[in-house]
Write a protein that binds this ligand. Structure first.
Ligand code: FUB
Length: 328
């Protein structure tokens, strides 16, 4: 099928954007990205180069129309519990209100997950006074299921601090699992309808191999690193994510929102830049991947740009792997 004119191209180029969570609300496409800040400081493994301070919501009338920046939606200075690093957000509509769900570091330097609310998909969003109790780490994504339950998936290794919670308490010196150790799974908890608390204890999700065994920490081509996303397809739950160090976007299939999920394959090969981050969304009956790379900055890891491309999913849920720079 012919590519659309703006497919695999930066959707906006006046600001740097990353980590796009795309949704269709009332027939219009809304993209909730991080807003990268340009600077010359060096990169490190803790992601200190990602010093984002605010969120802008992008929108498109359809996949061929221009992408509009709707301006400042939420700034870190307006959130009492936040110190810095407003990383990858998501959004959900519940009872006619729009909730922005985002990670940021608190005043102790610990990543937590917060929520802000607005009457429209583009904000401005009013933050809740405190972070969600019991939340930690990064990259929240939200699945509103057909039965009305609202699930929050989250977690990221290294700079995302997920390893530091293995004992149930924050331990900045916790050992990183490796080799044959079981991989650390992403987390899932259920939000209250009021979106101000979790109503279940956060649980680890298991991702299994083809033999039903949990993936190992050393299986870096397949184990979870960060960037969770969930969607439903033909009645099944799909969990997709980034492998971080090996830069793939992979997916796994399950029968239950709590998992376990069985590894199925790769959605996308590596992009230009270290991080890869995505969302999967159905628009007018067809499936699309929203993602980022560093094309706009010529490869600077913290100056990224969001893009989209078509996804080919077969009846049984298998996804054709995307090679982001190859012509179809
Ligand atoms: O944008 C900051 C971090 O980079 C995100 O939280 C990760 O998923 C990676 O994209």
């Amino acid at each position: 099928m012919k590519k659309r004119a703006n497919e695999r191209k930066p959707l906006v180029n006046h600001i740097f954007t990353a980590d796009p969570s795309a949704h269709v609300f009332d027939g219009k496409i809304y993209i909730y990205p991080s807003h990268d800040v340009a600077h010359d400081c060096p990169d490190d493994d803790d992601g200190d180069q990602y010093i984002m301070e605010d969120y802008h919501v992008l929108s498109m009338d359809n996949l061929d129309s221009i992408c509009v920046d709707n301006g400042l939606a939420l700034h870190q200075d307006d959130i009492p519990w936040v110190k810095n690093q407003m990383w990858a957000p998501d959004a959900v509509e519940v009872n006619g209100k729009y909730y922005l769900v985002f990670p940021a570091k608190d005043h102790d330097g610990i990543f937590r997950i917060g929520v802000a609310v607005a009457d429209t998909p583009v904000g401005p969003f009013q933050p809740q006074a405190d972070y969600i109790q019991g939340s930690y780490s990064i990259d929240p994504c939200v699945l509103k299921d057909q039965d009305g339950k609202i699930y929050c998936y989250y977690g990221g290794l290294w700079g995302g601090q997920l390893e530091m919670w293995q004992s149930g308490k924050f331990d900045p010196d916790a050992r990183r699992p490796e080799g044959d150790d079981p991989a650390i799974g992403p987390m899932v908890a259920e939000f209250a309808e009021t979106m101000d608390k979790f109503v279940t204890e956060p649980k680890h999700i298991q991702i299994l191999d083809e033999n039903g065994e949990p993936l190992k920490a050393g299986d870096e081509d397949r184990r979870y690193f960060e960037d969770p996303w969930t969607y439903k397809y033909n009645g099944k739950y799909y969990f997709s994510y980034s492998t971080g160090t090996t830069h793939y976007i992979c997916y796994a299939e399950g029968d239950n929102p709590y998992g376990p999920f069985t590894y199925k394959g790769r959605i996308m090969e590596p992009v230009l830049g270290w991080t890869t981050h995505h969302s999967v969304v159905c628009i007018d009956g067809e499936w699309y991947l929203f993602y980022h790379d560093c094309e706009l900055s010529g490869g600077i890891t913290h100056e990224r740009c969001v893009k989209y491309t078509k996804l080919n999913i077969s009846e049984d849920g298998t996804i054709e792997t995307i090679h982001p720079y190859e012509e179809e």
